[in-house]
Design a protein around this ligand. Sequence first.
Ligand SMILES: [Zn+2]
Length: 311
Amino acid sequence: MYIGIDIGGMSIKAGVVNENGDILAKHAVTTPKNDNDAFLNAMLESIDKAVEEAGIQKSEIKAVGIGNPGVVDRDKGILSEATNIGFSNVPAREFLQKHLGNIPVLVENDANCAALGEYYKAESSRNFIFITLGTGVGGGIIINGKLYLGTNGAAGELGHIVTHTNGRPCGCGRRGCWETYASVTGLIETTKEHRDEIKSLSPDEEISGRTVFDLARKGDKDAERIRDMWIEEIAIGIVDIVNIFQPDQILIGGAISKEGDTILLPVIDYVNKNAFCAEILSKPKIEMSKIGGDAGIIGAALLYSNLAERE
Ligand SMILES: [Zn+2]
């Protein structure tokens, strides 16, 4: 039995997960901000409650994995920072081992955990890329069944490939990164840039990531055109990823996954036309994430067994 912890700005979620990636019980607590000790105690509380609900003994826990929305120190088991929670250098391994015994406690970036969770729950594929489209564009890379971290452990920053030379400024310091166009933030930006062209949009209406999707569904052709421009931005980056990795499968997650085929079908069509040697080579299966919110818990829980497979 494993414990997976998914740290978010709003809540800390702990889950008891078996070897197959099934969640037996989970429990969420509110994330304390700007307070390392309160954060650690809240994390422990979420574990205790999940263990209680699963009806298992603490001695049955083989390992704990933690997905942090920020930088981690894997060697020391420290959550180095998470800007939207306001903690720094949280000694998660040391703290949890004190309370749970001397079991492995692994820390990992949350996008990598989500990628691993999606991977374990997806159909069998060995080379797998997970992309999340949200405020930014994140992702994770699985090569030959193992999470790929790169030399610095910072691989998988898929959102920072450049798709527009001299394009929009990005938080990473460059311009024209894929995420500044293909994220939901990018969609909102594009919608704002073109708002005068959308006839059915009232001037005082606030723009969200749903605006052009909702208006296009009501038959607004201009909204549809802007929606399709955004979908093409997604597809452009995915072609780059296909050309570099030639994965078996790509899964797209994030808040937009519920738009399903509206996004998926044009993306697949674009990839089929534009990927390298598209006429000759087989294409990856491109799908929307099906497990959504629980992927982070499952992936964090299975970090230890994936690491063991890696060595
Ligand atoms: Zn960037």
